[in-house]
Ligand binder design. Structure first.
Ligand SMILES: [Zn+2]
Length: 290
């Protein structure tokens, strides 16, 4: 699936090209379907029209008839076609995204059973510069589109501006997508390679908002020393923002790792960056999914 966010063009073009090339014919153990998720947002070259489509897939929201905004309705129709969540006709969803932040090849998982840990380990083995981030800890009933299937992954490549295509980003997205499909084929024919015992991931636990003035206007930029950095460590006393009067603002919290630094899509909520911590998962003690 591509175009869940209308201004992330890479996934849209990869889905269309994969369809043209009949990518599914390379695989014997499964069939492939395609979706360009939010056509209206794509036409408008916006992330979304009313609300963020990729936050509309909680079971409670899908079943809430009072939610009638454009994306809420769209989520319900996608859920009917590819789900429904809880009893899905789709086994696995790959949802393609990009980021304006330097996220490298970011593999986002929302489940940490053995299948998803092996998938993430496989992607780390076969692709360069993969960081696995886990959003499994954030919520029980996930709001991502990929959560309507029992298995799935979100691929997020960056940095790339919104509304833009760059071949390097396209190619990375394509490699990651094909590696996911290769993994599924190997899983289905019981031919997975061996994996390391532990998967290193980053897990989100908080966000930092931009400083604002009395009018609630942003009054500082992300500190120049952090711009373009991929998952840097931040310690107490490190510069984090630069006020427009030139003064540095220093970080005053526990040591952390930063992601989504200066992400354009988060400015509407005045979020400057997200905080994560390393979490290691054991593939030996992980639970098998059905
Ligand atoms: Zn996105």
């Amino acid at each position: 699936m591509g175009g869940t966010h209308g201004n992330e063009l890479t996934g849209i073009h990869l889905v269309k090209q994969s369809q043209k090339e009949m990518l599914g014919e390379n695989y014997e153990s499964f069939s492939l379907d395609y979706l360009i998720a939010n056509e209206s947002a794509i036409k408008a070259n916006q992330r979304y029209i009313d609300v963020d489509l990729n936050r509309c897939f909680k079971l409670a929201d899908l079943n809430d008839s009072t939610l009638t905004g454009k994306e809420s309705k769209l989520a319900k129709s996608i859920n009917q076609k590819f789900g429904p969540k809880g009893n899905s006709k789709t086994d696995f969803i790959i949802d393609l995204h990009t980021s304006t932040a330097n996220m490298q090849t970011n593999i986002v998982i929302t489940r940490t059973d053995l299948f998803h840990l092996q998938l993430a380990s496989y992607l780390k083995q076969v692709l360069p510069d993969v960081t696995v981030t886990s959003e499994a800890e954030l919520m029980e009933d996930h709001h991502f589109l990929e959560s309507i299937a029992p298995n799935g992954v979100l691929i997020e490549i960056g940095p790339i501006p919104q509304g833009c295509i760059e071949y390097a980003c396209y190619e990375k997205t394509q490699s990651a997508t094909r590696a996911c499909l290769d993994f599924i084929e190997l899983f289905n024919i019981d031919s997975l390679p061996s994996f390391t015992d532990t998967l290193n991931t980053q897990s989100y636990y908080s966000k930092i908002h931009f400083p604002t003035d009395d009018n609630d206007d942003i009054c500082a930029s992300v500190h120049p020393s952090l711009i373009g950095k991929a998952y840097p460590k931040l310690n107490k006393g490190d510069p984090i923002f630069k006020r427009f009067d030139g003064a540095d603002i220093l970080y005053d919290g526990e040591p952390t790792i930063l992601a989504f630094i200066n992400e354009a899509a988060y400015y509407d909520k005045k979020i400057a960056m997200c905080l994560c911590n390393p979490i290691n998962f054991s593939l030996i003690s992980a639970s098998k999914n059905k």
